[in-house]
Design a protein around this ligand. Structure first.
Ligand code: GLN
Length: 547
């Protein structure tokens, strides 16, 4: 498509957690499958300038983009469903918008005028939405929060004005609502939806399409009733039916005719969508040949949202191997001895994910020791890789006082430490840290190159190429002062930064599959392009199970 960029605004009503992110991503996937160039933006009403410092218990995972932005986990959904690579310009919080307006005010950009929510904040929001629209046919803008929240008002006002600015057929509003089934009444209830749309209309936004989240397909009668009360036509009311697997959502939407309706309303003409690969994927999901049991040993174990991308990447790796994924979450703070770790003996593979803070660290080390000594396939990510190094140093290389200086600043043998000086591939400068920046020192964030230096390694066998780019989010690094000693005892350093001063991947060969990476491969895994490390880790886990 050439010509004007079209906009789809997605809002949510009634209650939170209805899956607006997934709905937006699924719409994006369907439009992309019709040959359109799609991008997505998330507007978040909270005041934090970015979600980097937010507690994953409350907020879920921090997703990291190639350009090193710490973003909302919904951007992870976007990248998994649509072929986009998102940046800092695809996620705006209230904090970020105000920050930018206040900076301009301090600089004198408003020439002493009174700075107000309307027009200054709303203009800033509108300009943010337009920042990255070059070569994009469709921009899907998801507004976080629920209609009725005080916080989201400036965003809603901005998108109300937006349609005025770009013209009716260049922007539409899709509202995701909830239609509960009440068993005692034996029927679904439309009142919450009516109220939510009423609220939306009271601020000047008439939704063009309603997506009704519910457990069963809505009858024509119910759709007609919703349409009548919400002031739209019946064929603009769609069922967003609950599904077992999130990758089924776009297929259900398509079956309902949602993508066709959106295009009609935006006056865009395309061919029919190419959904064969996606359908084949769902077929594989529904007919697995085996089950693979993976133990994830981490800290926030009871909240799967905080490891969202990780869970998805494990799922992609399992589907690629025709396996059903059975995830077992283990809170590492409950592991105090090798005997405790024996509960992991049930698992076909053990994974220690990224993390911060000292809680449960020794438990993770015990879990890694268990995986190493019992030949259970192991994948260590970021902190998981660092602790694999500590475990190896302590128990194989005999360096009993080995630790990461993150957990023991005075460790006699800091095999993982804060580097004082290194070459930053992104900025192409030498970065320095002094002792004072010990705590708040800057993180290595975003995509960095890594060179696979050993063609005989598991890493090479997975990627089958020399130069890779993977995303980082950490402060501590492997201490090269211990490289020789650990190498002599059998630890292999199979991935290095191009200047060879940073260790990116470690492996043990005398083991069915044992690999730790300093980066987070889970951020780049996609259902149709499972990440090679997850694919190979799951393959090894299935192999162990069969033997
Ligand atoms: N806490 C470790 C560091 O900062 C690891 C971080 C992570 O796992 N993402 O280096």
């Amino acid at each position: 498509m050439t010509g004007k960029t079209k906009y789809i605004f997605v809002t949510g009503g009634v209650l939170s957690s209805l899956g607006k992110g997934l709905a937006s991503a699924s719409i994006g996937m369907l439009l992309e499958s019709r040959g359109l160039n799609v991008s997505l933006i998330k507007l978040d009403p909270y005041i934090n300038v970015d979600p980097g410092t937010m507690n994953p218990f409350q907020h879920g995972e921090v997703f990291v983009t190639d350009d090193g932005t710490e973003t909302d986990l919904d951007l992870g959904h976007y990248e998994r469903f649509v072929n986009v690579r998102l940046t800092a310009d695809h996620n705006f919080t209230t904090g970020k918008i105000y920050n930018s307006v206040i900076t301009k005010e301090r600089r004198g950009d408003y020439l002493g005028g009174t700075v107000q929510v309307i027009p200054h904040i709303t203009d800033e929001i509108k300009n943010s939405i337009k920042l990255r629209t070059e070569d994009v046919d469709i921009v899907i803008v998801e507004i976080g929060g629920t209609i009725g929240d005080i916080e989201s008002l400036p965003f809603l006002e901005a998108i109300r004005q937006f349609r005025f600015d770009v013209g009716r057929e260049n922007a539409i509003y899709i509202h995701l609502t909830f239609v509960p089934y009440i068993p005692t009444a034996g029927e679904v209830k439309t009142k919450p939806t009516q109220h939510s749309v009423k609220e939306l209309r009271s601020i000047g936004i008439q939704p063009d399409i309603l997506l009704c989240r519910t457990g069963r397909f809505l009858s024509d009668d119910i759709k007609a009733k919703i349409a009548l009360f919400c002031n739209l036509s019946q064929d603009a009311v769609f069922t967003a039916k609950d599904v077992d697997c999130i990758y089924e959502v776009p297929l259900i939407y398509h079956q309902e005719g949602l993508d066709q309706k959106i295009l009609e309303q935006l006056n865009v003409w395309t061919g029919s969508p190419h959904l064969d690969a996606w359908r084949a994927l769902m077929d594989k999901v529904k007919h697995p040949a085996a089950t693979v049991k993976i133990a994830v040993v981490g800290k926030y174990t009871d909240l799967t949202e905080s490891y969202k991308s990780l869970n998805e990447a494990l799922f992609h790796g399992s589907v690629a191997n025709d396996a059903n994924l059975d995830l077992m979450f283990v809170d590492s703070s409950t592991i105090h001895t090798q005997k405790d770790a024996a509960m992991l003996g049930d698992a076909d593979g053990i994974l220690v994910p990224g993390g911060f803070g000292s809680r449960g660290v020794e438990g993770k080390i015990l879990a890694i020791q268990y995986a190493r000594e019992h030949a259970i396939p192991f994948l260590g990510i970021c902190l998981g890789m660092q602790l694999a190094v500590v475990e190896f140093a302590r128990h194989v290389a005999g360096i009993k006082t080995a630790h990461s200086s993150e957990f023991d600043q005075d460790a006699a043998d800091p095999v993982i430490y804060l580097m004082r000086e290194w070459f930053d591939e992104k900025t192409q400068t030498v970065e320095r840290r002094d002792a004072d920046s010990e705590k708040g020192g800057t993180m290595r964030l975003g995509a960095y190159p890594c060179k696979l230096v050993d063609k005989d390694s598991r890493a090479w066998k997975a990627y089958r190429t020399e130069n890779i780019f993977e995303r980082h989010r950490h402060r501590y690094e492997f201490n090269n002062g211990y490289l020789k000693k650990l190498e002599d005892r059998g630890l292999r350093f199979t991935g290095l930064s191009p200047k060879e001063d940073l260790v990116e991947i470690v492996e043990i060969t005398d083991h069915p599959w044992f690999l730790g990476c300093q980066f987070h491969p889970e951020f780049k895994s996609r259902p149709l392009e499972p990440h090679p490390l997850f694919r190979e880790f799951i393959r090894a886990a299935l192999f162990k199970k069969d033997n």
